[in-house]
Design a protein around this ligand. Structure first.
Ligand SMILES: [Zn+2]
Length: 112
């Protein structure tokens, strides 16, 4: 008689445990319930969480192995491998290197 009571108690506790587990699962996934899945606030929050967890900002910062140099002509920052070095100056392109060289030589030799 006492064993039957224990079995019933175990059954009830098991049912309650399964129900609590299902409730926790539906709370962690709001899209699983059809009534609450259409709310825009929860959808936006879920998208925001996904964006922060899967964001490429951290990996983008880590994907800069070479230093950036500043163009002396236009001020644009370019990777060192793609920049043109002329003396102490760095340029984003050979055209700007030539333009800067022509400008400085023109300043050194003023036209009459
Ligand atoms: Zn430039």
């Amino acid at each position: 008689m006492r064993q039957i009571f224990l079995l019933v108690l175990l059954f009830v506790v098991g049912q309650w445990f399964v129900k609590a587990l299902r409730r926790a699962q539906t709370q962690s996934r709001p899209g699983a319930q059809p009534g609450q899945g259409a709310q825009p606030g929860q959808g936006a929050a879920r998208n925001a969480n996904g964006g922060t967890s899967g964001g490429t900002s951290a990996s983008g910062k880590a994907a800069l192995p070479e230093p950036m140099v500043r163009c002396a002509e236009c001020g644009v920052h370019a990777p060192r491998s793609e920049s043109v070095n002329a003396g102490e100056r760095s340029f984003c392109s050979s055209e700007h290197a030539r333009a800067y060289d022509a400008r400085t030589t023109a300043q050194d030799r003023p036209a009459r």
